[in-house]
Structures are given as structure tokens and as C-alpha cells.
Design a protein around this ligand. Sequence first.
Ligand SMILES: *Cc1c(COP(=O)(O)O)cnc(C)c1O
Length: 418
Amino acid sequence: MITSQTQDIIPEKWYNIVPDLPEPLAPPIDNSSDRSSIELLNSLLPREVLRQEFTFNRYERIPDEVREIYAQIGRPTPLFRARRLEDFLGYRGKIFVKFEGATATGSHKINTAVAQAYYAGKEGIEEVVTETGAGQWGTATALAATMNGIRSTVFMVKVSYEQKPLRKKIMSLYGARVYASPSTETPFGRSVLEKEPGHPGSLGIAISEATEYALEHGIRYLVGSVMNAVLTHQSVIGLETQKQLELMGEEANVLIGCVGGGSNFGGFTYPFIGQGKEVEAIASTAEEVPKLSRGEFRYDRMDTAGVLPSVKMYSLGADFVPKKIYAGGLRYHGASPSLSVLVKNGIVRPEEVGEAEVIEALQVFARTQGIVAAPESGHAIASLIRYCRAHREERKNIVVNVSGHGLLDLSIFDRVGI
Ligand SMILES: *Cc1c(COP(=O)(O)O)cnc(C)c1O
């Protein structure tokens, strides 16, 4: 049961920024003339998710069952003042941390997985399928499916499958069937293996396998980031933060988050930005994947294979192969169309952070606040530290979203001999 206290903080509606953007979103387009990828979405996504993808409604009611599950998986997540970090940095203002690592699966991804799996189950679908790279999204899908009484299948990029056996184990524990991709389960996987039996896999191949599997088995595909509906579900982060700040008698002046596809950043900042609050928003990306500062704003494929439609966004090109950085969740070539529009209009400021700075930030955060943050979140913390060092005398309230914990990603510290 949701207690009266948490019920006050978990919002009753998600927020959709689309009607409040400074310019309209360009519509998605098909990639080829022989198969409409927009039509294909009808068979791939739960109907309600598809409706939410294209809606201009500013708010969407969160079903009671989903709010109930939000409470069970750890919502509302904590918002706390990071006093020891303030002291360490000598910052005169206040630093607040919203900690999405406190959910059952350890990141924000469960917020949308629960909603999508709920709609699939309600529409009579008995199984969902998705792909996963580093494993966070697959883990969220596995638990969300189980909590909604449906089965799940996850295609996990083969290199990660082999390098991260603990991730595979958690997904299996939650009840998912996990295949290393490329696999022999789908025609596309088999064709890749025929050409190159030792293929290490890629996110693009895994998406193609998952979507092919969905169409072949008449089940639904869950989307982890980038799409509007996903960012709408993630608004639970920012809406909770607003209520928690209000209860503390505080306001946010600066918001900082990391960007892979843009879902935790959008979910965290949009309720502030869209409702016209005067905030400085900083989007922290990986130096090796500088899509927001050096990408082009143009139509591009969301997935390498082009199964999903093309959207207008900042992109390094769907065929861009990033260096193998530890923050697997930040390797995506593009960024959500709404976030791209906000960056283009100067409302969100992108910033790039390199791995050495991220490792230092993770160490500082662990030693001051006791939390081992995910390498992805380490980018946001690094941007926070940069900001505080550059504006020591300022008295602004900075809120940073820590999208996940890093207890399964400790190998990032091998580099510094920890
Ligand atoms: C997936 C992931 C990200 C990046 O994805 P977004 O859609 O940009 O939020 C960031 N942090 C963590 C912990 C992740 O798992």
C-alpha cells in the first residue's frame, strides 16, 4: 500500500513537455519506401505507449496500479542535501542530490519500464521483449514485466553478456530469458552469425533482433530512452523533486544531469523548464560521444538498423561507433528530439566530461556522501564539481540527478588501481 506520506510525493500525473517547447517537434519520418517504420510502431509498441508518444496533452494520469508499483520499487526516491560535498568543495550555496540509484533495480530506467509493461499487460500481451547494452535497461524490463505478471525476453549485446555475468544473473533472477546477441533466435541474428560466427554484437544488432522477435511472436517491444513517451514517464523524477524542495522550503537555481538518450535528464529537468521556472540546466555528456555540442541537428535513424523511424535530433550519425567507454549508457549516437530542440534554443547548456574527471568525481562523491554512483551519473557529478569550483562564492541551490548506483560497475576503478 502507498502510505499517505509517500502518496503525497509520488505525482498523480506525468508531465509531457511537447506542448511547451519553444518550437514544434519535427514529425518522425520513414527510413525507406518499401516498409513504413511508422506503421510498424503499431505492431511493436503497446497501444497506450504509442498514443502517449504523439500526444499534445500536457499531463497524463498515472494509473493507480503503476503508482502502487512505484511505491514498491522505492519511490519517492530520496532528495537530500549533500553537506559533506558542499564542505569538501568549499561551495557557499547548497547542493541537493536526487538519487535514482535507490530504486530496486538501481537506476531510473524502472520508471518507464513499469509503465510500458503495465500497458502491455492491460492490452492482453503476455510477453515483452527488448535489447540491453550495459544491462540497466534489461534489468528494469525484467522486473517490470514480472511485477505486471508477464514474461520478458532480453537480447543482450554479446560482449556485455560475457563481460558482465552479474547483470545477466539479475535479469534471470527477475525472471527474464536472456540471449546473447547476435543469437540464433532470429533470422537477423542468424544472418550475422553466418557471416561472422564470433561477432561481438552491437546495440544496433540487438535492437534489430528484439524488434524482429516482437513482430514474429506477436508480442510488444519496450523502449528504454529517446522517445517522448519515455521522457514523459521519467518526469516522475522532476515532479517528485519539485515537491520535495517545496517541503524543504527551497527552490532550484541550477539543475545538472547526464545524457545518454536524454530520458533521466528530461525527466528530471522538464517539469522545471516547461513550467517556465528560471533555472540553468546543464546536460553532461561523455567527451567521447559529443552529440550535443558537435553533433548535427538533422533527421537520423534512432537505431542502427533503421527499424524505428528517423527523428530530427542532434546526432553523430547512426553508424557512429564510440570508443569503448565505461559509461555504457552514454554511448548512444543521438539525443531525444525534445532535448535537441531545447539545446538548439539555448535553454539547456551541454557540457562534456572525460573519463579521468568522471573517475575523480565518483571518488569524491563516494568519500563525501558514501554513495557509489553509476559511471553515467559520474558525468553529472563531475559537471557539478566543475560548477562549484568555478562559482565558489555563489549562493545558488544546485540540484544534481544521480541516475543510478554503480555497485555493479566497479571495474571503472581498475584504471586508478582501486
Ligand atoms: C541508461 C542510463 C543512463 C543514460 O540514459 P538516459 O536515457 O540518457 O537517461 C544514465 N544513467 C544510468 C544509470 C543509466 O542506466
